[in-house]
Design a protein around this ligand. Structure first.
Ligand code: BES
Ligand code: ZN
Ligand code: ZN
Length: 493
């Protein structure tokens, strides 16, 4: 969808659908809504008085203009109570309006920036949120279906109308950022929604290599083996699909920060094989890698003044005669030894060497890893929040704050000393997991902390948030692209 900004009054704009708004409880609409109401001879205010239009959050009402305006139809979208309005509500409202535009097959849509005046948001952030809501809210994964239906209709253009010329620059700035970020989110969703026979480690490497402004190195399995990344390559031993360890560098000089993303393109569990029910969902086990790859694209396109490296250890986890087995002891790049209790706890294995590579080879002093790591995180937080754990509280606070601005909730889980007992091994430095399954998400976090050592580090478990069974707000069912926005926001702030 094209998005443009126009210096015009709302009653002059020619389009299929013009989106104006109303706060809940407002009986006498002002601003653009008042202008349109007047041209429509009071029909909107009459519907407000009769209680048909209430302004409740995301309520949509369509009014036909019958030649009284250049716009064919007007949509009044509810903004909810003015006191509760925020950036995420702005995304939700715009998504609701665009879904309605799609339903009535409106090709050309126009809107104003919602909530920048009475809603108290700054103009660039309000315009950014509006753009994100529009593009993320209308995402549709086309996949490989050859039979097209109504869900394939796409609005061609959104025009953002602003009466005052002095505000255009701020709006353009917000739209520019919103567009880049939303495109990255939707790219990540495409990678995650796509099946594992298409999105292989080699495919991810190809996509990474095409990201503009980013220097990409791809290590083959043989190279990873030679470097001593046994924790990583032992996971790939059961798969015939070539593993790829991808490094993406943006910015000048030594990277200040590394983003490490779990890139298991399919997690069958390996020899500790998973039950077949919903096993197909494990095509999404590369959501961390997708989030990092697309964050790298976003910060490069936004020309962020930072030096960042993305590390994506990618492989399948499959059972085979050559596959690693429960009870095996495996080494790692940092030299620590690991006793495999379950081959299904493979994410932390590839991340251990991802973190090790960031530390030992790239000499990075701050690391954030993102992974669909534990089913226990889904039990604890559902799909409402990602789990965050770290060895540095400031980093946690900054990431949680970035998540509040993007509407991606992060909830901190503790890395208690007591849990460390659970993964003690008699024959190696640590077990890769435990059998009793207590505090599963923290056990995963503590395992990674062992490899982060004294480096500033945070771990984000997105097992519950990467993929939705049902749509929620501006996110449809399926991949969410979670953490692209929060990581980008964190790196830009
Ligand atoms: N990829 C899974 C975690 C997962 C589960 C992601 C559900 C998304 C939805 C991970 O590799 C895994 O299998 N973890 C095990 C760890 C256990 C063996 C300690 C789990 O959660 O059961
Ligand atoms: Zn697993
Ligand atoms: Zn996994």
């Amino acid at each position: 969808m094209r998005i443009k900004v126009q210096n015009l009054t709302v009653d002059k704009v020619k389009c299929d659908l013009l989106v104006i708004n109303l706060f809940e409880g407002v009986k006498d609409p002002g601003g653009a809504t008042a202008v349109i109401d007047k041209r429509l001879k009071g029909v909107i205010s009459a519907l407000v008085k009769s209680g048909e239009i209430t302004g409740k959050l995301c309520e949509v009402n369509i009014v036909h203009t019958q030649g009284k305006l250049p716009a064919k139809q007007v949509l009044v979208v509810g903004l909810g109570k003015a006191a509760d309005f925020d950036l995420d509500r702005s995304r939700k409202v715009m998504a609701a309006a665009m879904v309605e535009a799609k339903r009535i097959k409106a090709k050309f849509v126009a809107t104003i920036v919602h909530g920048a005046g009475a809603g108290g948001l700054s103009l660039p952030t309000a315009a950014q949120a509006l753009t994100e809501g529009c593009l993320i809210g209308t995402y549709h994964y086309a996949g490989f279906a050859t039979i097209k239906n109504d869900s394939f209709f796409a609005t061609e253009e959104l025009a953002i109308i602003e009466i005052s010329k002095s505000k255009i620059r701020d709006i353009l700035q917000g739209v520019h950022a919103g567009q880049i970020i939303a495109e990255s989110v939707n790219n990540a969703r495409d990678l995650i929604n796509a099946p594992a026979n298409k999105v292989t480690p080699s495919y991810l490497a190809q996509v990474a290599q095409k990201v503009p402004g980013v220097k990409v190195t791809v290590l083959s399995l043989a190279q990873a083996k030679k470097l001593g990344m046994e924790a990583y390559y032992s996971v790939s031993k059961g798969s015939k699909e070539p593993a790829k360890f991808i490094i993406m560098q943006y910015g000048q000089g030594k990277p200040e920060i590394a983003l490490v993303g779990k890139g298991i393109t399919f997690d069958s569990g390996g020899i500790s094989i998973k039950p077949s029910r919903k096993m197909w969902e494990m095509k999404t086990d590369m959501s961390g890698a997708a989030a990092v790859l697309e964050t790298m694209r976003a910060i490069s396109r936004l020309k962020a003044r930072k030096s960042v490296v993305g590390v994506l250890p990618c492989t399948e986890n499959m059972p085979d005669g050559q596959a690693q087995k429960p009870g095996d002891v495996i080494g790692s790049l940092l030299g620590k030894t690991i006793e495999i209790i379950s081959t299904d706890a493979e994410g932390r294995m590839v991340l251990a060497d991802g973190i090790g590579y960031a530390k030992k080879v790239l000499k990075v002093k701050k690391i954030i890893d993102v992974a669909t790591l534990t089913g226990a995180c889904v039990s604890a937080l559902g799909d409402a929040a990602s789990g965050i754990m770290a060895n540095d509280q400031e980093l946690v606070d900054q990431l949680i704050a970035a998540g509040q601005r993007t509407g991606e909730k992060l909830w901190q889980l503790p890395l208690f000393e007591e849990y460390k007992e659970y993964s003690k091994s008699e024959i190696a430095d640590t077990k890769n997991c435990t059998e009793q399954g207590k505090a599963g998400t923290a056990i995963g976090g503590l395992f990674l902390e062992l490899f982060a050592e004294d480096t500033l580090w945070a771990h984000i478990d997105i097992a519950g948030t990467a993929f939705l069974d049902r749509g929620r707000g501006y996110l449809s069912a399926g991949a969410t692209g979670v953490m692209v926005r929060t990581l980008t926001e964190y790196l830009r702030s």
